[in-house]
Design a protein around this ligand. Structure first.
Ligand code: GSH
Ligand code: FE2
Length: 432
């Protein structure tokens, strides 16, 4: 199979056969990147068989499936990471090689090593039509707001910095405070990376926004407020969640009026990030307090929709409701088809690299929890699936911090902070 050398470390090719993959090591390659989604063609070997063939001859294998029209920056960065992390030459393929080359070229332009004007000629000189990559770069430059996602590997959460390119004012959404439950240790690796990005980009933080009180990780809202002085906010129904968990933790001193945040948003409330209009949509179901932030053409939908291949969020936490979730999703899908959808988690189906950006149109077409389903179908599917899911490992650690806006418990007289756990409160342990 012909491989075209693109840079010192990267070559691209059309779809290789399984025998072709077996010969790659002899040809000096160390890593194989597959950029084809599953089931594109009936004669494609498929990720699993490719992975096996690659592993058989000691090649690293990375799965970054993309469709030309819906490449995201996360794909580009994953592609760059796979090349950087490889010790030797890398072969990337899709069906023809065009998508692999497009990912490379977009990365080169984003990082300032190539100008957007050179993209089409670069492709043509190697017999590829890379006008799709040029179009992607044009669209990207025209986008408002600009969005940077930060993936946290431990919890599969995505944290965002959303900024108005004109005023360089920004909001941070759903920042994670690192917590290792085995050591009881706290760290601020994620939040510090966000802060460093903000400083490097010269952004001013106006808001630290949470979409809901998270059950799987601690919020870094308070840490980042202390660092930036920005205001914190969440949906006003957080008071219902506080009330619920006040009972579960048997915690008389807990204030349940939302006073732990600078602002509580009502449904439909609007505000600005820089000059960009932002609207709050209540989107309960995963939790009763969940909200979506619609910022310009971008909707931060937290745990309602995941990427289309990841389905939807669970609805079985205290106060959760599958029917509410369906109705919230309907409201989100009533946004214009081209609305960018940014999800709160990505659990990397089929071991693919993390992704977090889709569109309303992608969701309607490709999300198997939605396409062709009625409300009743969804409620049945969601309820059945939720019965199989163990509680998040940090649910009891996280809620007591997150219903206080990301504040750790106050130190005791010895200067140490202690978390508190109810016994048998949730009654849904997975013993098997
Ligand atoms: N294994 C994870 C599970 C986290 C989890 O339950 N995530 C929620 C969002 S907070 C969800 O909707 N999960 C859907 C799923 O796992 O299918 C953990 O222990 O933290
Ligand atoms: Fe969640």
């Amino acid at each position: 199979m012909p491989a075209v050398e693109i840079s010192g470390k990267l070559s691209i090719s059309p779809q290789p056969s399984l025998d072709g993959i077996q010969s790659l090591r002899d040809r000096g390659f160390k890593t194989l990147i597959n950029n084809r989604p599953e089931n594109e063609d009936s004669d494609q070997p498929g990720t699993q068989r490719e992975r096996q063939a690659a592993q058989h001859c000691d090649l690293s294998y990375v799965f970054i499936p993309v469709i030309l029209d819906s490449i995201t920056e996360a794909d580009v960065r994953a592609f760059q990471r796979a090349i950087d992390n490889s010790e030797g030459p890398v072969l990337a393929h899709c069906k023809s090689g065009t998508r692999s080359l497009s990912l490379y070229l977009i990365g080169e332009v984003l990082d300032g090593r190539m100008s957007a004007d050179e993209v089409v000629d670069f492709g043509r000189s190697r017999s590829f039509d890379t006008s799709g990559a040029a179009r992607w770069l044009e669209n990207q430059a025209a986008r408002r707001p600009q969005v940077k996602g930060f993936f946290d590997k431990r919890t599969c959460s995505i944290q965002y910095v959303v900024f108005d390119p004109e005023t360089r004012k920004c909001a941070i959404i759903d920042p994670v405070l690192d917590f290792d439950e085995k050591a009881g240790a706290i760290a601020t690796i994620n939040a510090d990376a966000i802060f460093a990005y903000i400083c490097n980009e010269g952004l001013t933080v106006e808001w630290i926004l949470d979409t809901h009180p998270h059950a799987d990780h601690l919020s870094a809202a308070q840490y980042l407020k202390d660092k930036t002085g920005a205001r914190t906010a969440i949906g006003e129904r957080v008071v219902d969640v506080q009330k619920l968990w006040k009972g579960i933790y048997n915690w008389p001193e807990l204030a349940i009026d939302g006073s732990q945040w600078d602002r509580l948003f009502a449904n439909g409330e609007t505000f600005k990030i820089g000059c960009i209009d932002t609207k709050v949509l209540f989107s309960p179901g995963h939790t009763p307090a969940s909200i979506t932030y619609v910022i310009g053409d971008a909707a931060f939908v937290h745990d309602t929709l995941f990427m289309p291949d990841g389905g939807t969020a669970r609805a079985d936490f205290p106060g959760g409701d599958a029917r509410d979730l369906w109705r919230s999703i309907e409201k989100i899908l009533a946004l214009p088809d081209e609305t960018r959808i940014f999800t709160g988690h990505d659990y990397q189906p089929d071991g693919r690299e993390p992704r977090w950006e889709s569109t309303v149109a992608d969701q309607k077409t490709f999300n198997p929890h939605l396409a062709g389903l009625t409300e009743e179908d969804f409620v049945a599917l969601r309820t059945k699936r939720d019965k199989t899911l163990p509680m998040p490992k940090l649910i009891l650690h996280a809620l007591q911090v997150n219903i206080r806006g990301g504040r750790l418990p106050e130190p005791e007289p010895n200067g140490k902070r202690y978390l508190r756990f109810p016994v048998d409160a949730l009654q849904v342990a997975a013993w098997a």
